[in-house]
Design a protein around this ligand. Structure first.
Ligand code: URA
Length: 205
């Protein structure tokens, strides 16, 4: 698997924000994590994708969505006729939260206060990028973007105002698909995910 090319972030304010985020101590998650995983993508990206938090591989690579969830995400984007290289991809929480179990590091869901603390960075990314559309991948992203608890399965697949003046699309997180034990259910849910992503082309072709 060859991940998308690293984003080129030219000098300018997003590069500065990224630099500041690399020494973030706004919540305790910076301690055990390897590094801040900031967003990446072109500065003129019309669409910003927001995930939950970096996983094990992202934590090591320092780049968002390069592990198994990222591979599934790339495949779904392609099937929806979208090019990840033209989008900006980031996370609601920028440090990997995990529980050590032997040699493995098991993903732990970020808490509300961690999401709140890290919104500082997401807000700065959005203010700089001014996208036409923001896509929340899962409940954590939706909570960070809207400031409320969101039911993904009830509210997914529609373009609504996620913040005043900012259209948004809510869909499932690719990790949700990876966790489904039944292959048939996984395939059905994957198809629904691709269908949700197809709406992006309607607003930000
Ligand atoms: N899951 C996420 O939400 N973000 C990543 O970057 C990787 C996995």
């Amino acid at each position: 698997y060859v991940p998308a090319a690293p984003a080129i972030l030219p000098a300018g304010s997003l590069a500065e924000i990224r630099q500041d985020a690399s020494s973030c101590v706004r919540c305790p998650l910076f301690g055990p994590a390897t590094q801040t995983v900031f967003g990446e993508g072109p500065l003129d990206a019309p669409v910003v994708f927001v995930g939950e938090q970096p996983g094990d591989q992202e934590d090591l690579a320092g780049r968002p969505f390069v592990g198994p969830a990222g591979q599934l995400f790339d495949r779904a984007l392609q099937e929806a006729g979208l090019d990840r290289r033209q989008a900006y991809v980031t996370n609601a929480v920028k440090h990997f939260k995990f529980e050590p179990r032997g040699k493995r590091r098991i993903h732990k869901k970020p808490e509300g206060r961690e999401i709140e603390a890290c919104r500082w960075w997401l807000d700065r990314e959005l203010a700089t990028l001014k996208p036409s559309l923001v896509v929340a991948l899962g409940a954590t992203a939706a909570r960070s973007l809207t400031g409320r608890t969101v039911s993904v399965l009830r509210e997914r697949g529609r373009i609504t105002e996620m913040r005043p003046g900012l259209p948004g699309l809510l869909t499932v997180h690719p990790s949700f698909l990876l966790r489904l034990p039944d292959p048939a259910a996984r395939e059905t849910e994957y198809r629904r995910f691709v269908e949700d992503l197809r709406h992006i082309g309607e607003i930000a072709p």
